[in-house]
Structure formats: C-alpha cells, structure tokens
Design a protein around this ligand. Structure first.
Ligand code: NAD
Length: 372
C-alpha cells in the first residue's frame, strides 16, 4: 500500500530534487512504496514546548530521518507530559538552567528553539556552545545584528544553523520555483504577497515588543518577505514602506499592526506586499512574468496550499510541512544536502536585514537601499 508515510519518505529520500518532484502529481498511487530507510537519523531536542513546538513534535512522529529525543522547558509538568506523550527519556530533558549540559549528552544531535522571538538569539548562542546543531524558528532574531551574531557563534562553534522556513520544502511552492527557474514564466516582472490575520488576546507575547521584537512583520510579514525572494528568485535592492495603526492600545510603540511595503529587484522586477495583524483572509502570493504567472491561495498556511499557474491547477499532494522540513533538515545537517532554497542562518539574516530596512523606511518615508 502506498501510504502518506511512504510518500513523505519518497519525497525526502529523493532529495526533493525538482525534476523528480515535478513527477509527483495527483497520481501518487502509481509510485511503488519507498524502500525502508536505513540512513542516519537526526536526534532532535525541542526547546520551548508551546504551540508550535508541539506541532513540530507531532509532525515528527511521521519522520524516518529525524526523531524527537529530547525537550527543554521551564515548566516541569510539560517535561513529564512530553516524556509520556513522545517517549522522551528523562535523561534527555532539560530546563533553562541545565540546558548547557546538553553538551555532555551524546544522544542529541540538534536543538530546535521554538520560544518567543527575542529568546531565539540567547538560546541559540547557548546551543552553539554545546556543540550541537542549532535550529531556530522564524524570525531567527529581532534584528539583523542579532541574527548575524547567531551565524557567527555557530560558525565559531563548528555547528550548523538552520531556520524553520517550512515553505522551502512545500511541493506546490517548489513547482512554481522550478517553473520560474526553467524560464517557463519568462522574465519575472511582479510579485504580490499578502500575509496577515486578525490577532486576538492583547496580552500575548506576540504583542509585546520585548518578546516579539515588533509586530505583524516579525510574525507573518516575514512570509511575504521571504516569499518575494524565493518566488522572484532575486534579493531586493530597495524597499519602501508605509504603516497604518488603528488601535494604539493593542499595538503599542514598536509593535506594528499593518505595514504595506514594496521591493525593487536588480532585474527591474517589483514586489508589493502587505503584512497585518488586523485583517483575516490574507494568505496570497501572485507571481507575474512575461510568459506566465502563478497564484497561490493559501500560500503559506499549514495547508493544503492551493495554487494555479497559466498552465492550470498545481496538482501535488498535501504534505505536513513540519514532517518534510525535519526530514530535509536531517539530510542537510547529517548528509550535507543542499536544499533547493536555502534554510541556513545566512538566509535568515537577509530577511532580518529587510525587516530592519522596512522599519527604517516607515520612519524615514524614503526608499531604503538594501545590500544583501
Ligand atoms: P507559544 O506561546 O505557543 O510558545 C512559546 C513557548 O516558549 C511556550 O512554551 C513558553 O512557555 C516558552 N517560553 C520560554 N520562555 C518564555 C518567556 N520568557 N516568555 C514567554 N514564553 C516563554 O508560541 P508559538 O506560537 O509556539 O511560537 C513560538 C515560535 O515559533 C515563535 O518564534 C514563532 O514565530 C514561531 N512559529 C513559527 C511557525 C511556523 O509556521 N514556522 C508557526 C507558529 C509559530
């Protein structure tokens, strides 16, 4: 029987090579079950056992190349819950005081930090010192300097640093990238990225400048920034941006509610994007070239991602993003695989430089130059 697990294995075992991936259409069942995986397995500890950490842990149940083996939390009851829920041994559980002792644990290869944004940097610096590979959730930091410090620290420690850019492994997204790279859309002229949702509880950390580092841009706008780069296939050279704030109580100083922003690319292509914490139904990418186009709605949610191009519907099976991401992270960290779209710390630094420039452009009202 060709199960989803087999499909995931096939997807990842085939290194998500684009030519191979393009063969994965809705006739998934015609492919033979994948062979049993007997390669190296990435043993991961998750640090910050909140909602996204739990999503990753659940998704890792379907992984063959990665395994959840450890946990880091400041809440003892969460650690005991995770021990029974995910079969994690007590000896692989740590709190924020004992985290550094992971260096003496030969059964953990990597630590995946899924805490609020501003804690990524201090925790990744500590992870680097343990000699384990480091994985940071997005945004990797709250500004480009901190992000660069993380890259430097991991380099110095001789460990790899990856950022949880799960869309970089999503099949429909990869097919659009393949089409664009193959020239099937001709010269790229324009990208539109709309990202946002109406945020609830005003007391949550996402609305706390100290923990979030900003507002919607840090959390959801980063998908349009990162998406503009992988869809257009270039890094922007300038940015302009405008902020709208309707609720100064909920969105305090330094916490952006809604920002529209525009990029210019070296080829002359342009992008127009929106990031908001005050509107629902915002999850859309549109890429326009001289010979073709792609539209994805939804474009960055947990899926199923839906899309069509000038050639018709994008017909690829839905995958659990976090499962494929962790399989691919294993191949990158343990086997030196090069992903089709980078997910390393340098990639994260670029997005942070752009966020810094967007905030600067909001303040200056001017076109800010970018040198990525
Ligand atoms: P969350 O609030 O559900 O979880 C955060 C966890 O960090 C909690 O377990 C909390 O106890 C812990 N924590 C440790 N120190 C803390 C402190 N000083 N203050 C507050 N909490 C502290 O948040 P989340 O939604 O899981 O987001 C965590 C990270 O994951 C964020 O960086 C977010 O951007 C990212 N994320 C990524 C995706 C994605 O699709 N890639 C989706 C959601 C969240």
């Amino acid at each position: 029987m060709n199960t989803r697990r087999d499909f995931l294995h096939k997807l990842t075992a085939s290194a998500i090579a684009l030519p191979v991936l393009s063969a994965f259409n809705s006739q998934e069942k015609k492919y033979a079950p994948a062979k049993k995986y007997d390669g190296p397995v990435l043993r991961v500890a998750i640090c910050g056992l909140g909602s996204y950490g739990t999503r990753v842990a659940d998704a890792m149940r379907d992984c063959k190349q990665a395994k959840l083996v450890g946990a880091v939390s400041g809440t003892p009851s969460k650690l005991t819950d995770w021990q029974s829920k995910y079969g994690i041994p007590a000896k692989n559980c740590y709190n924020y005081e004992t985290l550094d002792e992971i260096k003496n644990n030969p059964d953990i290869d990597a630590v995946y930090v899924t805490t609020p944004n501003s804690l990524h940097k201090p925790l990744i610096l500590r992870v680097a010192k343990t000699g384990k590979h480091a994985i940071s959730e997005k945004p990797m930091a709250v500004n480009a300097k901190d992000a660069q410090d993380m890259v430097d620290a991991c380099k110095k420690a001789g460990v790899k640093l990856l950022v949880g850019y799960r869309m970089h492994f999503e099949p429909k997204t990869l097919e659009v990238i393949r089409m664009r790279k193959a020239g099937e859309m001709g010269k790229i002229l324009f990208f539109q990225g709309l990202t946002g949702f109406r945020i609830g509880d005003p007391t949550q950390w996402r609305l706390n400048k100290q923990l979030a580092g900003g507002g919607s841009m840090m959390d959801i706008g980063i998908y349009a920034i990162n998406g503009a780069r992988y869809m257009v296939g270039e890094d922007p050279i300038w940015v302009t941006a405008q902020e709208t704030k309707t609720d100064h109580e909920k969105f305090k100083e330094g916490v952006d509610e809604t920002i529209t922003f525009q990029f210019g690319f070296p080829s002359g292509a342009q992008a127009s994007c929106l990031s908001s914490y005050n509107m629902n139904n915002l999850d859309k990418f549109f890429l326009n070239g001289e010979k073709g186009w792609a539209e994805m709605v939804p474009s960055t949610g947990y899926g199923p991602i839906k899309g069509r191009t000038n050639k018709g519907e994008l017909d690829f099976p839905h995958v659990t993003h976090q499962t494929v991401q962790m399989e691919e992270f294993s191949a990158i960290l343990l086997q030196g695989k090069q992903p089709p779209v980078p997910v390393d710390g340098e990639e994260g630094v670029k997005d942070m430089k752009i966020i810094d420039a967007i905030y600067a452009a909001v303040k200056s009202g001017k076109k800010e130059k970018l040198n990525l």
